[in-house]
Design a protein. Structure first.
Lengths: 108, 110
């Protein structure tokens, strides 16, 4: 299985600011996935990040709020823009069937 | 998002008993089905995948799939306290992107 590293592991941010989350994989993969897990909830797919093309967003998620980069086959970033307290969640990167350790975001 | 339904529980079983977890899904296109286990504060970890109708066994775990009824289940035999976790059912049209159910919290009582 893939080794997936996410940074930061946690952060506390002021409302109105943005946070970029990094995801590094130890092997080259075509698709990387970003999920959100709100407090006490299950995981919701945000978007699919393909190298060399724009990310594909799920219903309810937009590029202006969650811009994604995929500069190569082992790395992706997710930015949470103009944050509000409702964005407080765990954000997880996924490759194949494995998940990173997640980024716990608290917006104050 | 695809509709995936689970009984949220909590489900409590005594140690050594069989725990039965159920999941229904609405999307007939989905071809791959997965069960993840998530301990509190941790990321989900894959415990079972199933693609064809019928049963699939792996140690103490058995996954069951009925595509006609759009139903997938997980049985945990000889439940142990270490099995106490939230179990997430996931469906996938492609095998890589997942649509998760709400999860079932399982507690195994020693």
């Amino acid at each position: 299985s893939a080794v997936i590293s996410q940074k930061p592991s946690r952060d506390i941010c002021q409302r109105g600011t943005s946070l970029t989350i990094q995801c590094q994989v130890d092997s080259q993969v075509t698709m990387m996935f970003w999920y959100r897990q709100q407090p006490g909830q299950s995981l919701t797919l945000i978007a699919t990040a393909n190298q060399g093309s724009e990310a594909t967003y799920e219903s309810g998620f937009v590029i202006d709020k969650f811009p994604i980069s995929r500069p190569n086959l082992t790395f992706s970033t997710l930015t949470v823009s103009n944050m509000s307290p409702e964005d407080s969640s765990i954000y997880l990167c996924s490759v194949e069937r494995d998940f990173g350790q997640g980024t716990r975001l608290t917006v104050v | 998002q695809k509709e995936v339904e689970q009984n949220s529980g909590p489900l409590s079983v005594p140690e050594g008993a069989i725990a039965s977890l159920n999941c229904t899904y609405s999307d007939r296109v989905s071809q791959s089905f997965f069960w993840y286990r998530q301990y509190s504060g941790k990321s989900p970890e894959l415990i079972m995948s199933i693609y064809s109708n019928g049963d699939k066994e792996d140690g103490r775990f058995t996954a069951q799939l009925n595509k006609a009824s759009q139903y997938v289940s997980l049985l945990i035999r000889d439940s142990q306290p270490s099995d106490s976790a939230t179990y997430l059912c996931a469906v996938s049209p492609t095998g890589n992107q997942f649509y998760f159910g709400t999860g079932t919290s399982l507690t195994v009582i020693p």
